[in-house]
Write a protein that binds this ligand. Structure first.
Ligand code: PMP
Length: 413
């Protein structure tokens, strides 16, 4: 029975992390895993999260470990949706009297991964997409998730490695010529993982046009809102733009892992957006379907982390402090981009390093080949993914020069 299972490749970020942990070299550097680290290289529970945790504990609410509903914590969901769509600021669509709020159906999920998975299952069962279009490259789990959903995967040429930018022209060309109605289009809402290269606002307009023209269903993966730029409104702009358009149906997989530092707590939400002309009551049917899928998988998402997020987002003062914590993280990441860039320039390392400061978010495609990635690991104990993706938050004032020198060494052969 269990002796002939197919061989499943190990998950790369977790495997790289395990090799790093085993390495005993004192100057080793972990640029593999996508988690925030302080300037000392330590994990950082957000200050506002620690205060919310204490308040939850002190409240001694005897119901705090009871079941949630299948949908999850509704107040958390209202606040989570509002963080994405900013209902008060959204312009009402020209062709409807419906408020934007009615168009969004939300359910709590097992973080961003769970939201991606549930969204994939929901779409697969209900609209039978011919294909899903995934950026090349992308977060590797998109492939696993859509493979499990059983939808044929096609890639669009997202990244231009010679410019270090989003490959707008070729992406649009590919979608125009090869996609079909009801195909799913996976989009990173901000801080594209692994490249750190995002579309400009004008380019988002072009993507929106092609979605309308071809009848595609956008699937926004929102894993870095506020973490990327420190500004939640700015990082959520593309989604709000699609929302305001009105006539388009799409989904959003929202994660609170990075922007609240709640990685292992698994806090997230899936938002299904119906078009402004959809019949009333469609939201009830969407919710019933989502609840059905969740009930059969795990009954409901966990409640602890969502309660922390609810308390912070629902309280003006705590929310302002959260924005300060976001600023601390995004500013440190930006300063490490700058430091790495400056070290490489000072060393005169062959190549153009401008992309390191141009790209945003946690990751950058630093531009090393697979052979160089293995060489830098072997010779300098610097760990990164074989694509050359580095997590900027693994850099700090103590190791950035060492990393730059290691890159310089493998660049020179
Ligand atoms: N999507 C992308 C693009 C990500 O980078 C991540 C985090 N690595 C996620 C989704 C989801 O992470 P989580 O399940 O921890 O929320």
């Amino acid at each position: 029975h269990f002796t002939n299972l197919p061989q499943i490749p190990t998950d790369e970020p977790f495997a790289v992390n395990a090799s790093y942990i085993k390495d005993t070299y004192p100057k080793k550097v972990n640029l593999g895993i996508g988690v925030y680290r302080t300037n000392k290289g330590d994990p950082w529970p957000l200050r506002v999260v620690e205060d919310a945790e204490k308040a939850i504990y002190n409240a001694q609410d005897i119901s705090r470990h009871e079941y949630l509903s299948i949908q999850g914590d509704r107040e958390f969901l209202r606040l989570a949706a509002d963080l994405v769509f900013d209902f008060n600021s959204v312009q009402p669509c020209a062709d409807t009297t419906q408020s934007g709020l009615d168009r969004v159906t939300s359910i709590q999920t097992v973080s961003g991964t769970g939201a991606n998975r549930l969204g994939a299952e929901f779409l697969t069962r209900n609209i039978s997409p011919g294909n899903v279009w995934i950026p090349a490259p992308t977060w590797a789990n998109h492939h696993t998730i859509w493979d499990l959903a059983g939808v044929p995967r096609k890639e669009y040429p997202y990244y231009n490695s010679s410019t270090g930018e989003f490959n707008y022209e070729e992406t649009l060309q590919t979608l125009r010529t090869s996609s079909s109605k009801n195909d799913i289009l996976v989009l990173h809402a901000c801080a594209h993982n692994p490249t750190g290269a995002d579309p400009s606002r004008e380019q988002w307009e072009g993507i929106l046009d092609v979605c309308k023209e071809k009848g595609l269903i956008p699937f926004f993966d929102l894993a870095y809102q506020g973490f990327a730029s420190g500004n939640v409104g700015k990082d959520g702009w593309a989604i709000r733009r699609f929302f305001e358009e009105g006539g388009i149906e799409f989904v959003v997989a929202q994660s609170f892992s990075k922007n609240f530092g709640l990685y292992g707590q698994r806090v997230g939400a899936l938002h299904v957006v119906s078009s402004s002309s959809a019949a009333q009551g469609v939201s009830d049917d969407i919710l019933a379907m989502l609840c059905h899928l969740v009930r059969g998988e795990y009954s409901m998402a966990p409640r602890g982390g969502a309660e922390i997020v609810r308390r912070v987002l629902g309280n003006k003062e705590l929310r302002a402090r959260w924005v300060e914590d976001l600023d601390t993280m995004s500013t440190r990441i930006l300063s490490m981009r700058k430091a790495l860039f400056e070290e490489l320039v000072a060393l005169g390392t062959p190549g153009d390093w401008g992309h390191v400061v141009k790209q945003i978010g946690m990751f950058t495609y630093v531009g090393l080949s697979e052979t160089q990635v293995f060489a830098i690991r072997e010779r300098h104990h610097v760990y990164m993914l074989k694509s050359g993706r580095i997590s900027i938050s693994g850099l700090n004032e103590t190791n950035v020069r060492y990393v730059a020198m290691a890159i310089d060494d493998v660049e020179r052969g």
